[in-house]
Write a protein that binds this ligand. Structure first.
Ligand code: HEM
Ligand SMILES: *[C@@H]1O[C@H](CO)[C@@H](O)[C@H](O)[C@H]1NC(C)=O
Ligand SMILES: *[C@@H]1O[C@H](CO)[C@@H](O)[C@H](O)[C@H]1NC(C)=O
Length: 323
């Protein structure tokens, strides 16, 4: 090896190493600057869960929508102003809820440690605690992310798959952030909680019922979504998992094997060659699902974070700090 090649190897090694470490993220990042940060988030998440159980579900979806789109940088929390359009206004964000309670968590942190804990870390830590409240595994999320000063509203469709995209497109989107087929199957297990509105289901029901849906289940879905053109303002929806709707568990995969997947992307996991075996394994073994879900959620939560002096620590998660 000449010295140029050696330098390149060293550089690539360093690149992989820092990426593998989550690019500057670590456990208990706030241990000196705000020792109770993790605890405060936990207390608030538990309180909110006791008042509004579905907040825990929202924290999980927030992580996906934030981290999948370019970076885990809380860009999803920015609200529309004169100078930016909120990612929440995009079609792909349809049905996202409980953003106002993110502010509840952030305010509790600001009272104790003003200007220290990022909104991006609020997203990660609230997901960790929310998953626990939903009966899922403990996911050792690292912290140290910083917040974006911009929204990626214009590019959102290049990152977030749609409910009816092909499995090959879905897999390529996840692969581009280092998440393989096995981890993708595990991540979609998040759809074992929460709901889907009829606007996202009618494509499988009208004008004809998608033949991959179990006939009895199709009857139920037609009952839930009686019109081919649901009023987007109306809150017609079906629960993701009618058996254990508020528990993160492998029931999702058991339903997929019974052809009771809700979205087209969910059901395709069963028939697509590189995902089918993992659906069967996760349906058969909840510990294996938890192990893979933990690994995959960590990968997602460490996607391309802003660290060091990039971005900022937002005071109010809804707006970039005044210059
Ligand atoms: C191919 C990837 C994915 C697609 C196309 C997708 C799409 C969707 C859609 C269409 C909904 C229903 C929205 C509504 O009608 O209200 C939904 C709900 C949800 N998604 Fe995903 N999703 C994907 C992956 C994920 C991942 C990776 C996670 C988390 C790790 C996640 C978490 C959730 C949660 C928790 C809900 C329920 C939200 C609620 O009830 O408020 N999704 N998703
Ligand atoms: C996917 O669903 C959207 C509505 O959410 C629809 O506009 C689009 O035509 C559908 N695409 C395919 C390939 O069916
Ligand atoms: C279930 O998965 C866990 C975790 O991967 C593994 O240790 C265990 O052996 C599996 N159990 C069976 C019965 O395959």
């Amino acid at each position: 090896m000449d010295s140029g090649a050696r330098l390149l190897t060293a550089f690539l090694f360093l690149l992989c190493w820092t990426r593998g470490e989550g690019g500057g993220l670590k456990l208990n990042y706030y241990s000196k600057s705000c020792p109770r940060a993790d605890q405060i988030v936990k207390e608030e998440v538990v309180k909110l869960y006791n008042e509004h159980g579905n907040t825990a579900v929202s924290w999980l979806r927030n992580l996906f929508h934030d981290c999948m789109v370019k970076s885990c940088d809380a860009s999803v929390l920015l609200e529309t102003t004169n100078s930016l359009t909120s990612e929440q206004a995009a079609d792909r964000s349809f049905g996202m809820r409980n953003f106002k309670y993110v502010s509840t968590i952030k305010e509790a942190l600001e009272r104790e440690c003003p200007g220290i804990v990022s909104c991006a870390d609020v997203i990660a830590l609230s997901t960790r605690e929310g998953v626990l409240k939903l009966g899922g595994p403990y996911i050792p999320m690292k912290t140290g992310r910083r917040d974006s000063r911009q929204s990626y509203y214009e590019n959102i469709n290049n990152y977030l798959p749609n409910h009816n995209d092909s499995m090959s497109l879905v897999l390529s989107r996840f692969k581009s952030i280092g998440i393989d087929a096995e981890s993708t199957v595990a991540l979609l297990g998040a759809h074992s909680v929460g709901r889907v509105h009829c606007v996202n289901l009618v494509g499988r029901l009208y004008p004809t019922v998608d033949p991959t849906i179990d006939p009895e289940y199709a009857k139920y879905l037609l009952f839930r979504c009686p019109s081919a053109n649901p009023d987007p303002e109306a809150v017609l929806y079906s629960r993701n998992d009618r058996t254990t709707p508020m528990i993160i568990d492998n029931m999702y995969y058991k339903h997929l094997l019974q052809h009771k997947g809700l979205l087209k992307v969910d059901q395709q996991l069963v028939t697509y060659p590189s995902t089918a075996q993992f659906v069967k394994m996760m349906a058969a073994n909840n510990s294996y699902f938890y192990e893979q879900f933990t690994k995959a959620l960590l990968l997602l939560s460490e996607n391309n974070p802003l660290t060091g002096n990039q971005g900022e620590i937002r005071k109010d998660c809804r707006y970039v700090n005044a210059a």
